[in-house]
Design a protein around this ligand. Structure first.
Ligand SMILES: [Zn+2]
Length: 108
């Protein structure tokens, strides 16, 4: 079972009986990119010492739609420099969060 690491999020694979657009994504291997993910996850969990494990996943609800794309094989992938931005407020399961642009502007 895969559970989204974002603390306020309840998305997990076992709830996907209905067809949804939620996918789960690993922290990138690139350390610079990974650091942005880790910062966002720490904020969401209010835990400045949190570190990812190999099982850490973030669901697609926390990414901008423009950061997600479909492969020819039908998989949903993230663009190389994508990182989670919709992490510090409650996300309804299976629904996209509101536009986070004001959050981005407050945290350059
Ligand atoms: Zn999530």
């Amino acid at each position: 079972m895969t559970i989204c690491i974002i603390k306020s999020c309840r998305n997990q694979t076992t709830k996907r009986k209905e067809k949804t657009n939620i996918t789960f994504h690993k922290v990138p291997a690139d350390p610079v990119a990974a650091q942005k993910w880790i910062e966002q996850i720490r904020l969401s969990r209010n835990d400045p010492t949190w570190t990812p494990s190999e099982y850490t996943r973030i669901c697609s609800a926390h990414f901008l739609e423009s950061d997600l794309y479909n492969t020819n094989g039908g998989y949903v992938r993230l663009h190389k420099h994508a990182y989670p931005v919709k992490t510090t407020h409650y996300c309804q399961p299976l629904f996209k969060c509101p536009d986070p642009s004001n959050i981005i502007n407050a945290n350059p």
